[in-house]
Design a protein around this ligand. Structure first.
Ligand SMILES: [Zn+2]
Length: 327
């Protein structure tokens, strides 16, 4: 089987995806018609000047599109269609709490709209993205409102934003409360800051899922900890390369994590801004970073192990992966 056919046939999961950076391009263009297609940031070799440059671009995409609950539904529907076409079976999708509040939209209706947009054969788990840059949002009444989103179907909380701006401490109470109520928790770290930020995030928030985490490569002790504690890292190669998290794209160290036995998965982060897809990321790993087809299947197995799905469904997906790799 050709690499690309094998990758397409794999049942897949995306664990690290933000709706704000995944609004379908047609929807963005219909509201910002002055933007030329394709935008410059899709080009191979394109690199953002800085994280704030990236933040400015992504803001201009979602500020003109995610302005009503109906728009959230439409954006999620278009995104899910593209995931199904790539044979993605499971997705964890975050929406930004800060943006939803700025639009004065009811959080529970956003959660319901995203869930309602899920097609058959795609399991969708919705996460509320809390920004490190805005701990002041977490007033007691809002905190309770976030935790109560479990009832309309929120799966969990995701800490995102610039980890250089704020450490994890202001969010420890929220994350502990969330877990007590049965919500899942995960956090971005090891992207814009190095190993100490990752260590602090693991210790303070007690998460077992880290989004990014590629900069753990700078600390051998941390690499050992990640393997020993079975921490899952949801890595996004194109995102890290285009945002200059690693300076040398040829030496992007993802294979070293896999070889150390660290449970890694691969995702697209913000595909509309970065011009990437999940199948594209898997092809990149095969073509440039030395991943065998068996390795790529293992990454999907890692993702299904971390997925919030019933044990019977997990067993089904893992059996499907086995049947593809043994053919
Ligand atoms: Zn992210």
């Amino acid at each position: 089987m050709q690499h690309s056919d094998f990758i397409q046939a794999l049942p897949k999961a995306e664990l690290h995806l933000h709706l704000e950076g995944a609004v379908p391009w047609e929807m963005v263009q219909s509201r910002a018609q002055s933007w030329r297609s394709p935008p410059p940031w899709w080009a191979d070799g394109y690199r953002f000047d800085s994280f704030s440059h990236f933040a400015q671009v992504i803001r201009s995409c979602y500020e003109s599109t995610l302005t009503s609950v109906e728009n959230y539904y439409q954006a999620a529907q278009g995104l899910f269609k593209s995931l199904v076409a790539q044979n993605v079976r499971y997705v964890e999708l975050s929406f930004s709490l800060g943006h939803a509040l700025s639009q004065k939209l009811p959080l529970s209706e956003i959660v319901e709209a995203i869930r309602d947009a899920a097609p058959a054969h795609l399991t969708v788990q919705v996460f509320c993205g809390v920004s490190r840059s805005r701990p002041q949002l977490l007033q007691e009444n809002l905190l309770e409102a976030i935790l109560n989103l479990h009832r309309p179907g929120l799966a969990g909380l995701d800490l995102h934003g610039d980890e250089r701006a704020q450490g994890p401490a202001p969010f420890a109470h929220l994350f502990a409360q969330a877990r007590q109520r049965g919500l899942a928790t995960k956090a971005h770290a090891g992207e814009l800051a190095g190993p100490p930020s990752m260590q602090a995030t693991l210790d303070t928030l007690q998460v077992t899922r880290i989004e990014h985490g590629i900069r753990a490569i700078e600390d051998d002790g941390l690499m050992s900890r990640l393997a020993a504690q079975a921490i899952t890292l949801d890595l996004c190669p194109t995102s890290n390369i285009k945002l200059r998290v690693v300076e040398d794209e040829v030496a992007y160290p993802i294979k070293q994590f896999h070889q150390r036995g660290i449970r890694i998965t691969v995702s697209t982060d913000n595909p509309t801004i970065l011009g990437c897809s999940l199948t594209g990321e898997l092809n990149l790993l095969a073509e440039h970073f030395g991943f065998s087809l068996h390795d790529l299947a293992q990454l999907q197995a890692n993702a299904f192990q971390a997925a919030l799905i019933p044990a019977a469904r997990r067993a089904e997906l893992l059996a499907e992966l086995d049947s593809i790799t043994s053919n």
